[in-house]
Design a protein around this ligand. Structure first.
Ligand SMILES: Cc1cc2nc3c(=O)[nH]c(=O)nc-3n(C[C@H](O)[C@H](O)[C@H](O)COP(=O)(O)OP(=O)(O)OC[C@H]3O[C@@H](n4cnc5c(N)ncnc54)[C@H](O)[C@@H]3O)c2cc1C
Length: 541
């Protein structure tokens, strides 16, 4: 009866992470690393300390929607939990979005920002969701060249001042489909009654010339100030091309929703702190971002950024699971010794570490390329590689996150299944990663499109993998080469036999895992061998 089990604890999540250190040391110039480290140490301290404690204390809280006030007025107010309110302030002050736009370190700013997001995410119960969409909205508006909207919103989306900070939603999914958004039913009508708002001093958005009518079926972060959304201007043709990209501000100067009703919050398996809502747009005022068609194409910059965040979040949740499991292995005794001295237990954790490191490296490699693209320091081949690797990275890391967090819970035995340990939420939250921002299958098909004319992008990927393994011992290098050669020959055969679509997922996972192995080799990671032993080639022989 005297036995007491010590729970797993976390230290400074930056200082305790040799994978992040050695990576940053490899890719950042020494002066940049010196300058960014204090911020990372501070975020690591918060993530393993105050924020983690706040997260455990906030466990039972969930966002609450109040639709009516006591006097019968529709208010649709969402109350966030204390953790999320704190996370918003911390995110703004520490520049978890802003860093990428301040560009203090040129193309390395994106890597720096992703390192901050990686440390921040696992202690905030997916506050990364609104931040990802905010980052994506800023990038999309900047790419659109729409100066009015850029001047109106981007300073808010990228500020470090919590009082000025805005987050953005991304409203694409409708009842008709989240994958096939071309089926969207929301329509846009010109608002002839309110053409331009000529009053420059007004707090209203500068133009209010369209009204949106429809239902948005999954809108996370429904407390955001703005959203980018798709709607079909009346008279436009069906399909994705007939949709336009719109910007809207959710509330007026008095805080009232602008012809938007929040019908309910989703009752979800995980991401339960995220207020994912069903919305009705009943004449919501909105502005065009970039023309009256091609909305799906015009929202692509947003999806590239949210997919990058998805990969960083996947790596971060895996790393958190492994960090807790390793600490627990030192504190839990079975059969006369700590689990950390049991070869089989440690072998199991080594497998998780290998997957986690592989996910880390591919996600940060995409961050490196994104940083190059954002500073126009990218070659044509690298652009093709980024286009191909973004879906590959997202789908590969998301599947790894579900597998790793699931296995990590088992490493705690029964405790891993018990809610007040704070552990099960890791698995529940990871389970969303393969679903939102494009499911595994949808992204696998996207990867086929990203191969480009004559499968040029596959050649670029092969060349890149070749460079990554150029100094590597024969056996690991041949695993990489053989898997890529198999993928290439499968592609040719499958095209001829009509099996391309059915095999797209296995093809994409093979490319994703092979690039992960090549990146582990480049890093000189001791986990490369272990990762290779789990297999990278997912194509049927
Ligand atoms: C917690 C949460 C929050 C979300 N937040 C947002 C948000 O803020 N904004 C937003 O716009 N959306 C959001 N979504 C919606 C999400 O992006 C969609 O659920 C997702 O894109 C899938 O769309 P769907 O649900 O309509 O499924 P469907 O498109 O119906 O897909 C069903 C299944 O069919 C498969 N499939 C579809 N097409 C093909 C094909 N051609 N070949 C093979 N398989 C295929 C899919 O892979 C999937 O397994 C959120 C979802 C969740 C769970």
């Amino acid at each position: 009866m005297l036995f007491q089990q010590q729970p797993p604890t976390l230290g400074n999540q930056y200082l305790d992470d040799p994978v992040l250190h050695s990576y940053l040391k490899r890719v950042l110039p020494p002066d940049v690393l010196r300058e960014v480290e204090p911020e990372l140490i501070e975020m690591g301290r918060l993530a393993g300390g105050d924020m983690y404690q706040m997260q455990l204390a906030d466990r039972l809280n969930e966002p609450r929607l109040t639709q009516w006030d006591a006097w019968g007025n529709r208010i649709d107010h969402i109350e966030l939990t204390p953790l999320w309110r704190a996370a918003e302030k911390i995110a703004a002050e520490h520049g978890v979005v802003a860093t990428a736009y301040e560009q203090k370190h040129g193309r390395f700013s994106r890597v720096q920002q992703c390192a901050l997001a990686y440390l921040f995410t696992p202690s905030t119960d997916i506050y990364s969701c609104p931040l990802a969409m905010t980052d994506g909205a800023a990038r999309t508006l900047l790419s659109s060249g729409n100066q009015t909207l850029i001047e109106r919103a981007v300073p808010h989306l990228t500020t470090r001042d919590p009082n000025q900070f805005w987050t953005s939603g991304q409203w694409m999914t409708e009842l008709t489909g989240g994958s096939d958004v071309g089926l969207s039913e929301t329509i846009a009508r010109p608002d002839n009654a309110n053409e331009r708002n000529a009053d420059e001093t007004s707090s209203e958005p500068p133009t209010r010339n369209w009204l949106l009518f429809g239902r948005k079926w999954f809108t996370s972060a429904a407390t955001s100030q703005i959203a980018l959304t798709l709607a079909r201007p009346e008279g436009n043709p069906p399909g994705g091309r007939g949709l336009a990209l719109f910007y809207l501000e959710m509330r007026d100067a008095c805080g009232q929703l602008r012809n938007i009703r929040i019908e309910r919050l989703k009752d979800k398996l995980g991401t339960r702190k995220v207020p994912t809502a069903e919305l009705t747009l009943d004449g919501a005022p909105a502005q065009l971002v970039a023309g009256t068609t091609d909305g799906v194409k015009n929202i692509t910059p947003l999806l590239s950024i949210t997919r990058l965040w998805n990969g960083i979040s996947a790596a971060a949740l895996m790393r958190r699971s492994v960090a807790l499991a390793l600490d627990y292995a030192r504190k839990r005794t079975a059969f006369g010794a700590p689990l950390a001295e049991k070869p089989l237990h440690m072998d199991t954790l080594a497998g998780l570490q290998a997957e986690s490191k592989a996910a880390f490296h591919i996600a940060f490699f995409v961050a490196e390329l994104t940083g190059r693209a954002e500073t126009n320091e990218i070659s044509q081949d690298e652009s093709m590689l980024l286009r191909l690797l973004t879906p590959l990275m997202k789908l590969t890391t998301a599947r790894q996150a579900v597998a790793v967090t699931s296995e990590a819970l088992e490493a705690f035995g029964g405790a891993g299944y018990v809610e007040d340990t704070g552990l099960p939420v890791l698995l529940r939250d990871a389970q969303v990663l393969p679903i939102w921002e494009g499911t595994t299958n949808v992204l696998a098909l996207d990867a086929l499109r990203a191969l480009g004319p004559d499968d040029r992008a596959l050649q670029v990927l092969k060349d890149e993998a070749g460079r990554l393994i150029s100094n590597v011992d024969g056996k690991l290098a041949s695993v990489v080469r053989n898997a890529l050669a198999h993928a290439e020959s499968w592609l040719i055969t499958a095209r001829k036999s009509g099996e391309l679509e059915a095999g797209a997922r296995r093809f994409a996972l093979t490319l994703g895992r092979t690039m992960e192995l090549a990146l582990l080799c480049k890093q000189g990671s001791r986990s490369a061998q272990r990762f290779a032993s789990e297999g990278v080639d997912r194509i049927w022989r």
